[in-house]
Design a protein around this ligand. Structure first.
Ligand code: PRX
Length: 657
């Protein structure tokens, strides 16, 4: 990693475009200070120039990180708008025939392109269908789909009629899906017969059927888009065919406006308990923030083709495949496949065929592709590329350099964007064409974001140093609450450091004031850019009778960033410990897959005689983490352990296992 004390700053290889919101570092500084001093004034100005409001707001931000304990923050609360009008209708006059969504289907060549006019018709029809199914403003709708344009249509149709959507990533298991359906009280689920990924079918409708089977799940209607024309069981009266229903309704829909704080969506994410939390985002502030950041960070230009290869099941897909890009009138790509299908050049052939100007992916994919060699990239004409982005996990300098030099050929701006489901949009990032970068640094805050570092006692660290990353002032895109549990929202984010939003991340700041994210400091894992709670794994593992106790920690993994290591105390606690038998290991892999989803995998499982607990019964995860990292000596203070002999046994099991 480059030395944070004397950082080597690389100037941006591109100059900002004519529509740049922040054309140089002096403007960044000026705007950042303005937003700090007068956040309401700053954001009112942005929203009025970026969005179309039916009732423009006079009010800016209300509430702060003290008052959030009592009630959620609000932005533009007296304003009214319709989010889908902003993403679709308002572009019809000027860009009705421009491509809105380019669908890159799993099989290369099988996709299609929709113009803004076509997208408008699809959204209107879907909105009419949802209304006919009884969905109205304030209701919740679960979307469990793959990467098809109909997923974006489903989201926009919900937004159009004021229903909050909750997209559940199509890899989540039936149990995980059921928990989310119940938690948000959805009566309608939108899904597909099957998805397609890497040439293989992805079960979606059958998972929905299983999730909804128990009597306590009160879902009235399941709208099914038949993407694969697969045979699927059909429940008459409940299941509705998307195509038939859409063709039976009008292609016109008159939208209603909703208050800025009207819920737009709920997105479940992992925290430090076994129960995922539904972060609730609202309309006006979220759309302002995603529209602004998408334009400012990527130096968006008229006519750009923008390709973010994330999934709509995660926040990146919400903010930077659907809402930000469409609100900005961009051509956005939806990618159904994997970076390795049919071979390791898939991303680059996509870039070449669609002449992608801005490409946004995760470090895991970059590391996996870099390991396969440069030929896959070099065989393609990537001259359309101008900006490269990464998100989701810290990017190691080697991967950064490869992305910059091999993919970008040293001619593209590279933006390492740090943000979270909770922040709604990019919060720390270089601005393409403007900010000098360093491999691995998320650099500087966007206007409206005030990052501060604190030590574990909550004292602010000034200047260069390392600490816990907090954000000190509200911004429009932030999640307002945890659905149905504001107390949990407050406890999770505002209890540790009162008056500040605690991100859960560690961060180093160098002498230039640039920020380097060091990873999570809580019990959240980031595996291949997927956020999962150690507690979720533990809750899954102990459902198997063979497991008496489980503690899960992350450890460095060369491709996935973090791997998952489970320490288990088995019910039949035998004298030999270490690696598990193959059959038991398989069974436990299947337990986590069933409870969480296909993206949940155990990389290492070690049976141990006992967990390292303090006298008060708390598991000392620090020890488990160090041992998983291969450390056997410098384990730190173990004097508070109830039984320090257990440490020796854990080291032995880990080294032999
Ligand atoms: O640890 C940080 C990491 O991803 C976490 C947020 O995960 P999620 O809510 O799933 O959102 C991911 C997509 C925005 C953060 O707390 N993270 C995200 N971006 C970066 C990052 N870590 C380092 N560098 C980044 N650029």
């Amino acid at each position: 990693m480059s030395d944070p004390i004397t950082p080597l700053l690389t100037p941006s290889p591109i100059s900002p475009g004519p529509q740049s919101l922040i054309p140089d570092m002096a403007s960044w500084r000026e705007q950042w200070i303005r937003a700090l001093k007068d956040p309401s004034g700053f954001w009112l100005e942005q929203t009025q120039s970026l969005l179309e409001w039916s009732a423009p707001p006079q009010l800016g931000g209300e509430g702060d990180f003290w008052s959030v304990v009592e009630e959620p923050i609000r932005w533009f609360a007296d304003g009214e708008l319709n989010v889908s009008v902003n993403c679709v209708d308002r572009h019809l006059m000027t860009r009705g025939d421009q491509a809105a969504i380019i669908w890159e289907a799993d099989e290369p060549g099988e996709g299609f392109t929709w113009t803004y006019r076509q997208l408008h018709e699809e959204v209107c029809r879907a909105a009419n269908v949802l209304s006919d199914l009884g969905v109205s403003a304030g209701d919740r709708v679960i979307i469990y789909m793959g990467m098809v344009p109909q997923a974006a249509v489903a989201m926009l149709a919900c937004a159009r009629i004021g229903a909050a959507h909750s997209v559940v990533f199509g890899g989540f298991s039936a149990e995980a899906l059921r928990d989310r359906v119940i938690d948000c009280g959805a009566r309608v689920v939108i899904t597909q017969d099957e998805g397609r990924r890497g040439g293989r079918p992805v079960a979606l409708k059958t998972v929905v059927d299983e999730a909804l089977a128990p009597a306590e799940v009160e879902v009235d209607k399941v709208l099914v888009f038949k993407r694969a024309k697969a045979e699927t069981p059909w429940i008459e009266g409940r299941d509705v065919d998307w195509a038939t229903a859409c063709s039976a309704v009008s292609a016109e829909h008159t939208p209603q406006s909703f208050g800025a704080e009207h819920p737009l969506f709920i997105l479940y994410t992992s925290g430090s308990t076994g129960r995922p939390k539904g972060l609730m985002h609202t309309s006006g502030g979220y759309l302002t923030y995603t529209t602004y950041t998408h334009r400012a960070v990527f130096d968006l230009r008229e006519g750009d083709v923008y390709g973010c290869v994330a999934d709509v099941g995660w926040i990146t897909g919400h903010s930077y495949i659907v809402y930000g890009p469409l609100s900005n009138g961009t051509t956005t790509v939806m990618f159904e496949s994997t970076p390795l299908y049919p071979d390791a050049s898939r991303y680059w052939s996509l870039v070449e065929r669609h002449k992608v100007n801005i490409f946004y992916t995760a470090p895991t994919a970059i590391r996996a592709l870099a390991a396969l060699g440069d030929e896959w990239v070099n065989n393609h004409d990537l001259s359309s590329l101008r900006v490269l982005g990464t998100v989701g996990e810290p990017i190691n300098p080697e991967a950064w350099e490869w992305y910059y030099h091999v993919v970008g050929r040293g001619k593209c701006a590279l933006v390492d964007t740090w943000w979270q489901t909770e922040t709604g949009g990019i919060s720390l990032s270089p601005l393409a064409g403007v900010t000098p970068t360093q491999p691995g640094a998320a650099t500087l805050p966007l206007p409206g974001i005030q990052p501060i570092l604190v030590n574990p006692e909550g004292h602010e660290i000034h200047g260069a140093g390392e600490g816990r990353l907090c954000l000190n002032m509200p911004w429009p895109g932030q999640a307002r609450t945890v659905w149905g549990d504001h107390e949990r929202f407050v406890k999770t984010y505002f209890n540790d450091f009162p008056g500040r939003y605690f991100t859960g991340d560690g961060c180093r700041r160098d002498v230039e004031g640039h920020h380097w994210i060091t990873g999570r400091v809580d019990d959240v894992l980031n595996v291949a850019g997927h956020r999962m709670g150690t507690a979720e794994f533990e809750a899954a593992l102990i459902t198997d009778d063979v497991v008496a106790e489980a503690a899960v920690v992350g450890f460095p993994h060369p491709v996935k960033g973090q791997g998952v290591c489970a320490y288990l105390v088995l019910a039949q606690n035998e004298s030999s410990h270490g690696a598990l038998e193959e059959s038991l290991l398989k069974r436990l892999q299947s337990v986590v897959r069933t409870r969480i989803g296909v993206h949940a995998k155990l990389d290492r499982v070690i049976s141990i005689p006992g967990l390292p607990k303090t006298r008060s019964g708390k598991v000392m995860r620090r020890i488990l983490r160090k041992v998983a990292e291969g450390e056997t000596q410098a384990l730190g203070d173990v004097s508070t352990l109830a039984d320090s002999a257990v440490v020796e046994a854990i080291i032995k099991a880990a080294t032999e296992g």
